[in-house]
Design a protein around this ligand. Structure first.
Ligand code: HEM
Length: 171
């Protein structure tokens, strides 16, 4: 195995583990805990942002996708149709596409909704009483959007990881 292939696989699998693991933790444990009555999600989301989670996750996702595309280029001999027609080629491509769609949904829908709801959560406390009901409705809508899109992202990521792990052995 060439050094490039070795490094690509290391980057791909380590970043993929971090990406999918963080997605599962967030959707299954963090968000439900933040939705517990009495818990203030705003400060927790802000602290996670300050620790760099909002940067680390997209960077890990981009590294997974970038290394995956390069691995695909190398193993398929330049994206040859014959490789995609094989069962493993087809499975790697479908699983890879699922991960890319997950990345786009998290970047374009889940992330803006999470950032906006953290901001709104902070401003509700300072808002005049007559505006709080309106802001509360907006906040509930944003949180629902974030919860639904995060669930979609996590399902797509699990499908991608499952496909990646069995693809080689399909025939
Ligand atoms: C959720 C994100 C992903 C995870 C967790 C993941 C995980 C993995 C794992 C564990 C392997 C090793 C499988 C084996 O050797 O049998 C692998 C291989 C591979 N992945 Fe991914 N992957 C992800 C996303 C992607 C994406 C987005 C692409 C490209 C579009 C991709 C393309 C590939 C290819 C071509 C291989 C085969 C490499 C080889 O033959 O050495 N992966 N992936």
């Amino acid at each position: 195995m060439s050094i490039e292939l070795l490094l690509l696989r290391l980057i791909h699998i380590l970043c993929g583990i971090f990406w999918v693991g963080s997605g599962l933790f967030t959707a299954l444990f963090l968000f439900p805990s933040l939705a517990t009555p009495g818990v203030q999600p705003g400060p927790v989301i802000n602290a996670l942002r300050q620790r760099g989670l909002m940067t680390a996750l997209p960077v890990a996702a981009l590294l997974t996708i970038g290394s995956g595309l390069r691995l695909m280029w190398l193993t398929s001999a330049g994206f040859s149709g014959a490789w995609f027609a094989t069962a493993p080629g087809h499975a790697f491509a479908t699983a890879g596409a699922s991960a890319i769609v997950a990345f786009l949904v998290s970047l374009l829908v889940a992330r803006p909704a999470a950032i906006r709801s953290a901001q709104l959560g902070g401003s509700i406390a300072r808002a005049p009483a007559e505006q709080r009901a309106v802001l509360g409705v907006q906040l509930a809508r944003l949180r629902r959007r974030n919860a639904v899109s995060s669930t979609i992202v996590v399902v797509l990521l699990v499908l991608a990881a499952a496909g990646m792990s069995v693809a080689r052995y399909l025939n």
